[in-house]
Design a protein around this ligand. Structure first.
Ligand code: HPA
Ligand code: ZN
Length: 319
């Protein structure tokens, strides 16, 4: 039995497996610039975040209808359940779809077809987190939040993703304040490729409750001390860090040192279709390569529920 765990850093668009991409392309009459799934998989060699994002946005062309988003989320939930995921807080990137002429309603209603019955179908409770693309303008983020008004009963929080360097969190001060006023929870990617100062800014200017990645906090001992003291959860993604070259090899990953430092770390999959594994695969990889003890693995699983947006009673049931 895989360890029961919560997944807190998962981009639903990053769960698009090559087989489903081709199936949806055929269904929607979209031509992909790859002959077959094998040739597509060949393209999964990334040198940094941007080289991954280019393919990630390109393949989104196959997602057009509510049913496409339902099939995407349903396939993820089935895989996650098999790897012990009991709760998933799922990111989506509305601006990337709206820009292609796919409405926010299509995306949310589609995802909800799978998420609405996820507890019954897969034994996984879910939350939706709407991410703003940080390489788009602050005005575009505000417009996206406005467009989400009819769907706020289905959206738990907001996040910030896409190309990090050059797009500091403070750019999104206003939209995060507006999201907080609406009662939305707040998270942001920070310190994946960007400097430690972006982590501090995400906490102080955006008021985030969790930091996605946060890996580069290690370059600033005072920041590490603060994250430990304030029990700020970090949603780490070890296989992603290897594939996007944030670390050289998995054996170099600082997760053990981060746990030893007292940081509230969680292990997640980020974009599992692209990075070689789902939540359980990430757990297995860190156990096998980093030699984490059973106690440490249980701590990581416990942290994932503690850091989640589940209420206490839900959290107890999920664990
Ligand atoms: N980082 C930033 N943006 C993203 C990622 C990521 O790992 N995945 C999807 N959008
Ligand atoms: Zn991410």
């Amino acid at each position: 039995m895989p360890l029961p765990k919560a997944e807190l850093h998962l981009h639903v668009e990053g769960t698009l497996e090559p087989e489903l991409a081709f199936e949806l392309a055929a269904r929607n009459g979209v031509t992909l610039p790859y002959a077959d799934t094998e040739e597509l998989r060949e393209a999964y060699r990334f040198k940094d975040l941007q080289s991954f994002l280019n393919l990630y946005y390109e393949l989104m062309a196959v997602l057009r209808t509510e049913q496409d988003f339902a099939d995407l989320a349903g396939a993820y939930l089935a895989r996650a359940a098999a790897q012990g995921v009991r709760h998933a807080e799922i990111f989506f990137d509305p601006q990337a779809h709206i820009a292609r002429g796919v409405s926010l309603g299509t995306v949310v209603e589609g995802l909800w077809r799978a998420l609405g019955s996820s507890e019954r179908d897969h034994g996984i409770s879910t939350r939706l987190i709407m991410c703003f693309l940080r390489d788009e303008s602050a005005d575009s983020a505000l417009e996206t939040l406005q467009a989400a008004t009819p769907y706020l009963d289905r959206i738990t929080g907001v996040g910030l993703d896409s190309a990090e360097v050059g797009h500091p969190p403070a750019k999104f001060r206003e939209v995060y304040a507006a999201a907080a006023a609406l009662g939305l929870r707040r998270v942001a990617h920070a310190g994946e490729e960007g400097p430690p100062a972006y982590i501090t800014e995400a906490l102080d200017v955006l008021g985030v409750e969790r930091v996605d990645h946060g890996l580069r906090c290690l370059e600033d001992p005072a920041l590490v001390e603060r994250l430990v003291r304030e029990r700020v959860p970090l949603t780490l993604c070890p296989l992603s860090n290897v594939r996007l070259r944030a670390v050289e090899t998995l054996a170099d990953h600082p997760l053990p040192a981060m746990l030893d430092a007292g940081l509230l770390c969680t292990v997640n999959s980020d974009d599992p279709a692209y990075f070689g594994g789902y939540a359980g695969d990430n757990f297995r990889a860190v156990r096998e390569t980093l030699g984490l003890s059973e106690d440490r693995l249980r701590e990581l699983a416990r942290n994932s529920f503690v850091a989640s947006f589940l209420e206490d009673d839900e959290e107890r049931r999920a664990r």
